[in-house]
Design a protein around this ligand. Structure first.
Ligand SMILES: [Zn+2]
Ligand SMILES: [Zn+2]
Length: 331
């Protein structure tokens, strides 16, 4: 009976992520342009990388042979914070490319997890990057880390959407990229469960891979901020709005005056007017966002925060919908 229940759990986990589909939508590949005068076309990697033998480069802070190349034309939020990825401009968009290999230890640095157990077999473990799951957690089925080719096309000038909002679930290979180059997934798990259940498969840095090896974060990105209870820049969403930790930066260099925010307890509806109602400098809307200045945004601009999510029943990076008009992503 125990084996049966483990197998069922493994099958469930393979489909549990809200964005776990192998296919991406709206992802016409316009990202190979090298004609822009402000762009670079640096490759994300300088060599092929084996999950079984990958190592962390202490100097770059990235997996060995994963490049950091953020074009100087990008704003300081990117040039100062983004790494382990390639970023440049193309027309009216930012392009971010990532092989999506986490720059930290993980249980999922495993060449093949036989599935359903709490341990990657000893012979399959990456010698330097494998580590056990947090106590009480179990493997996300047979999922393991795999090298990706994620390309994000994100509007440089984001726009708030009116009327019906775009869902952050399903059909997208990723809904944003973290400052350390990793995929962001939304607040969803396979019904009727909540993401709180899926969180029991997160590694020590708050992430896990889906069934084609896309390592991703729904919730805390503890490689970037140990507690997330600060104004650390976490990444950028596919609609071009920045994502911060739990506190709002007060547009000053000091973090001592960062603002503690009140999360919204209502589930989003997918309608702009309803979901954006009630937001203020200290209160978030139903999409984890509000419009204020930050140290990166000298003009009051919409942005998201890591916050308690009523659908997930845990704190998550993103909610059920994008506030803005999204770009595209391919993998
Ligand atoms: Zn997931
Ligand atoms: Zn804020």
């Amino acid at each position: 009976m125990k084996t049966t229940s483990i197998l069922i759990f493994a099958a469930f986990m393979a489909a549990a992520c809200g964005n776990s589909g192998d296919s991406s939508s709206g992802s016409s590949d316009t990202t190979t342009s090298t004609t822009s005068t402000t762009s670079t076309s640096t490759s994300t990697t300088s060599a092929s990388i084996s999950v079984a033998t990958a190592t962390l480069n202490g100097t770059s802070g990235c997996i060995t042979n994963v490049n950091t190349s953020i074009d100087a034309a990008l704003p300081s939020w990117a040039t100062d914070n983004f790494k382990c990825q390639v970023g440049y401009t193309s027309g009216t968009n930012y392009i971010f490319k990532s092989v999506n290999l986490p720059n930290h230890n993980s249980f999922y640095w495993c060449s093949a997890n036989t599935g359903g157990t709490t341990s990657c077999p000893v012979g399959n473990r990456n010698a330097t990057l494998y580590e056990a799951l947090p106590g009480g957690n179990t493997a996300a089925g047979s999922n393991v880390i795999a090298t990706q080719n994620l390309i994000y096309t994100i509007p440089m000038t984001p726009t708030l959407k009116t009327g019906t909002l775009t869902s952050s679930q399903g059909g997208l290979a990723s809904i944003g990229i973290t400052a350390n180059g990793l995929a962001i997934f939304n607040n969803a798990a396979a019904p009727p469960d909540t993401l709180a259940v899926e969180a029991l498969t997160f590694d020590n840095y708050g992430g896990h891979p889906q069934n084609s090896g896309v390592f991703h974060h729904h919730a805390a990105v503890t490689k970037l901020s140990a507690t997330m209870n600060d104004s650390t820049l976490i990444g950028i969403a596919l609609d071009g709005y920045l994502i911060y930790g739990e506190k709002c930066d007060n547009a000053t260099v000091t973090t001592a005056d960062d603002i503690t925010l009140t999360a919204n307890t209502n589930a989003a509806t997918g309608t702009a007017t309803t979901d954006s109602a009630g937001a203020s400098a200290t209160t978030l809307d139903r999409l984890h966002g509000h419009t204020t200045t930050t140290r990166h945004l000298s003009t009051a601009t919409y942005h998201y925060h890591y916050a308690q999510d009523p659908t997930a029943t845990i704190k998550t990076i993103m909610g059920s919908y994008f506030r803005g008009t999204i770009g595209s992503v391919s993998n």
